[in-house]
Design a protein around this ligand. Sequence first.
Ligand code: LHQ
Length: 264
Amino acid sequence: MTGSSTVLAELSGGVLRVTLNRPDKLNAFNEEMHLALRAAIQRAHDEGEVRAVLLTGAGRGFCAGQDLGDRDPRRGGPAPDLGATLDKFYNPTLRLIRGLAKPVICAVNGVAAGAGANIALACDIVLAARSAKFIQAFSKIGLIPDAGGTFNLTHILGEPRAKALAMTAEPLPADTAADWGLIWKAIDDDRLMDEADALAARLAAGPTLGLGLTKMLIQDAATNSFDAQIDRERDSQRIAGRSRDYAEGVTAFLEKRAAKFTGQ
Ligand code: LHQ
């Protein structure tokens, strides 16, 4: 187990399990937690043994976004530069998650609000406890949905639902989030972590290079033309076709046995 006390990081069987750990604050972000989360995702980039990441939260919540106690306006002083906070803390971590050529699974174990909701939505496969809710809480405090919210909500849901969620801050139950395609699955609370662990283990035993290429292609499809995208598929398939895992996958199929992927 590594990491600070605010973010626990544990590598087992190729899965780096990263747990946001300020449960008495519903895992709201302070500066230490920002840096610790970034360090954990950076570790997933740096270490070849990490072949999948599982992000979750300790206690009854997943993450309540920014710790609002950190910038109490009652203390007076100049207004904070929240753009600088995004530049310094949120955006580098979001870019690391999206740029990590390995699967990132998010197990939303409870309420996900503000930037907490949008960090979950930036992950590759999102499972949520049936009791969890996603809240675009920003409009309640006069802010805009950050942490990739305006991008992901709009691309995944379209303008009507994105605007309504953002402007009303109404909690979206996990089942509805799954029905709308915002997340992969809602799962009974007592089954969530078992299913998330099993999925993470399965992906960590997968063809990591090919899964990473797949992730990047699907992300880029949102902004590429069809024409550009099929060229990218050609380039990526060329790389995948030269991987050891492709040779192993085809050999295993022909030999009627399970493939043993190494991620290369
Ligand atoms: C919290 C928080 C919290 C501190 C619960 N902070 N303590 C913002 C600014 C800067 C830069 C850029 O980006 C951003 C992005 C953002 O994330 S803005 C959105 C910030 N988040 C929110 O507005 C959500 C605030 N929290 C809530 O609305 C509720 O806590 C939710 C709906 C998440 C959960 O409600 P409950 O289940 O009723 O729990 P609770 O409210 O009783 O919270 C439990 C404790 O956690 C409580 O502390 P206490 O000492 O009273 O037990 C809360 O004060 C604390 N907490 N969120 N964001």
